[in-house]
Write a protein that binds this ligand. Structure first.
Ligand SMILES: Nc1nc2c(c(=O)[nH]1)N[C@H]1C(S)=C(S)[C@@H](COP(=O)(O)O)O[C@H]1N2
Ligand SMILES: [Mo]
Length: 340
C-alpha cells in the first residue's frame, strides 16, 4: 500500500477529506477571530500568527473516523451518504504552526470555559455553515495541539486547510478543522452539525430510521487500531510463496495519547498469535509500522492482526462488536483471507 511507503506521508499521497468545496482564501484577506468566554476577544492576521508566537512542529498521524468503513458494510449497509473508506483514510505529516494554547492564553480564558470550538471557512451545502467542532479545553491546552500553517515543511495546500487549520493529535480527523476562521471558548461542546449530529457513535441497535440525534456519543479521542496493508486478500502470486514464507506488513496506531506496545499476528483466524516486529519506533501521535513473516502451507488462511498500547487497550475481536449505522471508528481485529 502506497500509504505505508514512508513514515511521513509525502503531501501528494496524503488522504483528503472535505465535506464542501475548497474555499479560496487569500493570505492577506485571512483573519482568525477568537471570541466567546475570553477576557480579550481578538482578530489575528496570518502574519501576526506566524511572527507573533513561537513556532512549534509536531509529527502526527491524521485519521478519519470513517477508516475501515468498508468492512462494516459487509455486515449491514451503512448510511449511503458516507464514503466507503478502506484502510486508506490515514496519513502522517510534520505539522508546523503555533500552539493553540499560546493563542488561548493571549486571549485570556475565562473560568467558565470548558470547550474550544473551531469553525471552518468552507460552506457545507447541507448545513449552510462551515464545518465546525470542538475539543475539551484541557485537550486544547496540550502542547501539541496546533493551529498549523505548514505541512512537511511547506505551506499548507488549499485542500489541507490553507492558510490555517487546527491539528488535534489523537482525535478523529474531523476535529482538525481546516480553513479555521473562528475559535470560540464556550461552556458546552459545539452545536455545529459535525459535532452535534454527525460524528456521533450509536449502539448497533440504532438505525437511520430510528435515530434520536440528541443521543449518541460525540467522537473525539481515537481508539487503538491496527491493520494489514500487505498482502491484500486473494490468491498470492507463486513467486511470493515459493519460499514457503509470506511477508505480512501493516500499520498500528495507539489510542489517544498512548503509544503502541506490541502488535500480534495470527495466521489461523486468531487461534494462535506471534509478535510482529515494529519497524518504526513507537512514538506518541504517530502511526507505527510493523511486519512479520508467516510460514503458510498450501491452502486458504485467515491472517488477523491486533495491537496493544501503553494505556492497556487492545482491539475488539469482531466487526459485529463495533458495527454502527454511520460506520465510524471500526477498530475490530483486521482480517485478510489469502490462498497459497
Ligand atoms: N473546514 C473543514 N475542516 C475539515 C473537514 C472539512 O470538510 N471542512 N474535513 C474533516 C475531516 S472529516 C477529516 S478526516 C480531515 C481530513 O484532513 P485532510 O483533508 O487534510 O486529510 O479534515 C477535517 N477538517
Ligand atoms: Mo473524517
Amino acid at each position: 500500500m502506497q500509504l505505508r511507503a514512508a513514515l511521513v506521508t509525502p503531501v501528494p499521497n496524503f488522504f483528503v477529506r472535505s465535506h464542501a468545496p475548497v474555499p479560496v482564501i487569500a493570505a492577506d484577506a485571512y483573519r482568525l477571530h477568537v471570541d466567546g468566554l475570553v477576557d480579550q476577544p481578538c482578530t489575528l492576521t496570518l502574519e501576526e500568527l506566524q511572527q507573533g508566537f513561537p513556532v512549534h512542529t509536531v509529527t502526527a498521524t491524521l485519521q478519519c473516523a470513517g477508516l475501515r468503513r468498508r468492512e462494516l458494510t459487509a455486515l449491514e449497509p451503512i448510511d449511503a451518504a458516507e464514503i466507503v473508506w478502506d484502510t486508506d483514510a490515514i496519513s502522517t505529516a510534520r505539522w508546523t504552526g503555533v500552539r493553540l494554547s499560546d493563542i488561548l492564553r493571549r486571549a485570556g480564558v475565562q473560568p467558565a470555559a470548558a470547550h474550544v470550538g473551531f469553525l471552518g471557512l468552507d460552506q457545507v451545502a447541507k448545513t449552510q455553515d462551515g464545518l465546525g467542532g470542538s475539543i475539551p479545553l484541557a485537550k486544547a491546552l496540550e502542547d501539541d495541539v496546533l493551529l498549523a500553517y505548514g505541512m512537511n515543511d511547506a505551506p499548507l495546500l488549499p485542500i489541507h486547510g490553507y492558510p490555517l487549520r487546527a491539528l488535534v493529535p489523537g482525535y478523529i480527523g474531523a476535529r482538525s478543522v481546516k480553513w479555521v476562521g473562528r475559535i470560540t471558548l464556550q461552556v458546552a461542546p459545539s452545536t455545529n452539525h459535525f459535532q452535534a449530529r454527525a460524528y456521533k457513535l450509536f449502539p448497533s441497535s440504532v438505525r437511520a430510521e430510528t435515530v434520536n440525534w440528541d443521543e449518541g456519543e460525540m467522537l473525539g479521542v481515537l481508539p487503538i487500531n491496527s491493520f494489514i496493508t500487505s498482502p491484500q486478500a486473494g490468491v498470492l502470486p507463486t513467486n511470493e510463496t515459493r519460499r514457503g514464507a509470506v511477508l505480512v506488513q501493516g500499520i498500528a496506531l495507539a489510542g489517544g495519547d498512548a503509544v503502541i506496545e506490541r502488535v500480534e499476528l495470527s495466521n489461523d483466524s486468531g487461534q494462535s498469535w506471534t509478535a510482529a516486529t515494529l519497524t518504526s519506533p513507537p512514538q506518541q501521535w504517530m502511526w507505527c509500522f510493523w511486519e512479520a513473516t508467516c510460514s503458510l502451507s498450501p491452502g486458504s488462511h485467515e491472517l488477523v492482526v491486533r495491537a496493544f498500547d501503553s494505556a492497556g487497550h487492545t482491539q475488539p475481536m469482531h466487526l459485529a462488536d463495533v458495527w454502527n449505522f454511520k460506520g465510524y471508528v471500526n477498530n475490530a481485529y483486521h482480517r485478510v483471507r489469502i490462498s497459497v
